[in-house]
Design a protein around this ligand. Structure first.
Ligand code: ADP
Ligand code: MG
Length: 296
């Protein structure tokens, strides 16, 4: 897919929740050139040693994510989903194998890989705007450029009216929007999401799903998201990867052939339900296999 962040120049749209947003250009100057690189994991393994025991969290993971793809990784708790993201984020190093983004090996965190966790982890003393600007301050951008980017992403994410609010004045969903906006302002090539809606109620979660799909379509950022929610994965992704546990490894991969334009009614269509059942069966088969090998 050709990736250009200037596609949304004259577009306007209505956001989940009815907010009307006029999309503009996220940035004139890019920190990273448009057309980000391929994310590639080759033979990646990760072992944790703690108190005399060794846990093999990941084993022989080969994965390629193309620029502009939206990929979801599903798997049971403990199957290595968070480990996988933390390695790609550069927060930990693999025990074996190699990770690269474009031509660059991944060995440490970097602004081209934005990470959002389940907990928003905002600075409580900073306003929404100041929280969103945080990454840009670290990158040393000018005040003017920071202001421009922050206001664009706050609008994109439906938070413009809350720019001056403090985190404690926000709902859980709004806090998570701030965390996503904070990651996006750095204009990462890859946005890494670790169960970002896991703590939200069903309605807020569905608003956030629509929002993330919209942001992905507007910005053409590559998205790699982990979740244990199969419905969420099928609704959001173009491709779903199923992980097996002990050791964490890729068990299956499913292409999601659903329309690009997705709204919540899609979740009730036969095509969606069939695909969802297919992925659920795969996750269930992995679980049965795990129980047979290790007990419950
Ligand atoms: P998931 O996100 O799919 O629930 P994780 O990646 O958190 O799974 O964990 C995978 C496995 O690795 C689990 O068995 C977990 O206990 C183990 N693990 C993860 N992080 C550590 C760590 N820092 N030290 C020891 N074991 C860990
Ligand atoms: Mg996890």
């Amino acid at each position: 897919m050709i990736r250009s962040r200037t596609v949304a120049k004259t577009k306007s749209k209505t956001q989940p929740g009815g907010q009307h947003v006029v999309a503009g250009t996220p940035a004139d100057e890019h920190l990273v050139p448009p057309g980000g690189g391929v994310l590639r994991l080759t033979g990646v393994g990760k072992e944790f040693r703690a108190r005399g025991t060794t846990v093999r969290a990941l084993d022989k993971v080969d994965l390629k994510v193309l620029p502009g793809e939206f990929v979801c990784v599903v798997g049971a708790s403990g199957s290595g989903k968070s480990t996988l993201l933390s390695l790609i984020a550069g927060l930990a190093l693999p025990s074996e194998g190699h990770i690269s983004l474009g031509e660059r090996p991944v060995t440490a965190p970097g602004p081209e890989r934005g990470l959002v966790f389940q907990a928003a982890s905002l600075f409580p003393w900073r306003t929404v705007e100041q929280n969103v600007a945080f990454g840009l301050e670290l990158l040393g951008l000018s005040k003017l450029e920071r202001k421009r980017r922050v206001s664009w992403y706050l609008r994109e994410i439906g938070l413009a009216e809350l720019a001056g609010a403090l985190p404690r004045q926000l709902s859980g969903g709004q806090q998570q929007r701030v965390a996503i906006a904070r990651a996006l302002t750095c204009e990462p090539e890859v946005l890494l999401l670790d169960e970002p809606f896991g703590a939200l109620d069903v309605q807020t979660k569905e608003d956030m799903q629509l929002l993330v799909r919209q942001v992905w379509r507007d910005t053409h950022t590559t998205v790699l998201m982990v979740t244990h929610d199969v419905e969420e994965a099928v609704f959001l992704a173009e491709r779903v990867i199923v992980l097996a546990s002990d050791p964490g490894r890729i068990a299956a991969e499913i292409a999601v052939k659903l329309p690009g334009e997705r709204d919540l009614s899609l979740k009730r269509t036969p095509e969606f339900l069939i695909l969802r059942a297919e992925v659920e069966d795969m996750v269930r088969a992995q679980h049965r296999d795990h129980v047979a090998r290790f007990g419950g």
